[in-house]
Write a protein that binds this ligand. Sequence first.
Ligand code: NDP
Length: 452
Amino acid sequence: MQSVNPVNGAVLGRFDTWEWPRVDKALGLAASAAPEWAQTPLPDRAERLRRAAQILRQRRDQYAGIITQEMGKLSSEARAEIDKCAAVCDFYAGEGPRFLADAMLASDASRSLIAWQPLGTVLAVMPWNFPFWQVFRFAAPALMAGNTALLKHASNVPRCALAIEEVFREAGFPEGAFQTLMIPASAVEAVIRDRRVHAVTLTGSEPAGRAVAAAAGAVLKKAVLELGGSDPFVVLEDADLELTVQQAVASRFMNAGQSCIAAKRFVVLEGVAEAFLSRFREAVRALRPGDPSHEATTLAPMARTDLRDELHRQVQQSIAAGAVPLEGCEPVPGKGAWYRPSVLDQVGPGMPAYDEELFGPVAAILRARDEEDALRIANDTRFGLGGSVWTRDVARGEALARRLACGCAFVNGLVKSDPRLPFGGIKDSGYGRELSALGMREFLNAKTVWVR
Ligand code: NDP
C-alpha cells in the first residue's frame, strides 16, 4: 500500500500488506475480545469513547495533517472532520445507554421486551474521501453497542488507518476491540466468510458494494451498504438565491466534490435558471484552487490521478452527447490530481453527468419546466441517497422533499450527516442506516424476551 500526496505525486510511505496468517491472528484477537467486551458495563464503554474523543481533540492538527497529506483535503475541512469524529464518540457515549435500554412491549406475557445484544465482530470496508469520519461514524456506535470492529481501509490512506487504530488503543479499548487490517480488496471476501466475523459494513463505490453484499449474502451475514449518490439540488423560482448559491457551491465543491452526499445534479426551474446560473458561475470562478495546507485555498485537489482521469472521461462524454461546458471542464496540467472547478449546462439523459455519479468538482445543470418536471428529473436516477429543495415557502419545500426518492431529504439546507439523524440511501445507493439509534441497531440482535 502506498501513501501518495495528491498535490505533487510524492510517495509519503509504503506499507506491506498482510498475508493470511497475520489476518488470522487479528481475527482470533477480535473473537477472543468480543465476549468480554460485550459484558463490559455501559459506563465503562462510554468512558473509553469519551477518552477517544479527547485524544482526537488533543491531536486534531496532527491527524488533520495526515488526512491532508494522504488525500488532499483542505486543512480547515480536515480539522472539522476530526472534530466531527470526536463529537460522534461523545454522542454515542451519552446516548448509547438510552438506545441500548430494554424496550418494553405489551403482549400476552407478564413481561415482554426487546433486549439489544451485540452481534460480535463487524468488518468495516471504508473509503478514502472522509478517511476518519467514515470510520468513526461506524465504530462509535458499534463499539458502544458491545461489538468488536475490524477496519479494512482504502489502500490510499494507510496512515489514516493506522492512526485511527492508535486512537482506540490509547483510549483504553481492550486488545482486539478495534483493529486495522492491512489487506487489499481481494482479501475482503475471505474475511467476510470467516466464522469469527458476523457482519460487514461498506462505504464506497457500487461495484465494491455489490461484491461485498454478494460475499455476505453467500454466508448469510448482515450487511450495511452506503454507496454512491447523484443527489438532486432542486431550485424553485422562489428560492432565496443568496443562500441557495452559497450552499450550492459548498455542497458541490467541498472536499473537491468527492462526497457521496454532494449536490451533483442541479435541477433548476426555467424561471430562475439564468439568475441562479450567473450567481453560481461567479461563485465558482471565485474558488481558489491551491495547496490544501494553505488557509487561503478554497478548492482542494482530487485524491488520486486515476479518479481525476475518470471524472474527465465522464465530462468529455457528456459534452460529446450535447452538454455545454460553462466553466472549467479541464484537468490542470502537471503533477498532482487537479481538476478545474467546473459547470456543465444542458445536461440530460444518456450523458454520464446525468446517469452516473460525478465524484469531483463538476456541477451538472438540468433545467426543468415546472415543479412536477423538476420532481420527475430529480427522481430519474438509479441512486437514492440524498436530495435538497430550495424555496422561500417551507411548506411547499417539505411537500416536495417528501416526494424525493431518497434516504435523506433537506429543505433550504445542504445534505449533511448528523449523529442525531439516520443516514443512508435507497435504490443503488445501498441499504441500511448509519448514525442515530437506527445506525446502532443495524449491528444488534433485537432479541425478543417473553416471560409468562
Ligand atoms: P472503492 O469503492 O473501490 O473503495 C472503497 C473501499 O472498498 C476501499 O476500502 C476499497 O479497497 C474497497 N473495495 C474495492 N473493491 C472491493 C471489492 N471488490 N471487494 C471488497 N472491497 C472492495 O472506491 P474507489 O476508491 O475506487 O473510488 C471509485 C468511485 O467510488 C468514486 O469515484 C466514487 O464514485 C465512489 N466512491 C464513493 C464513496 C462514497 O462515499 N459513497 C467513497 C469513495 C468512492 P481498496 O482501496 O484496497 O481498493
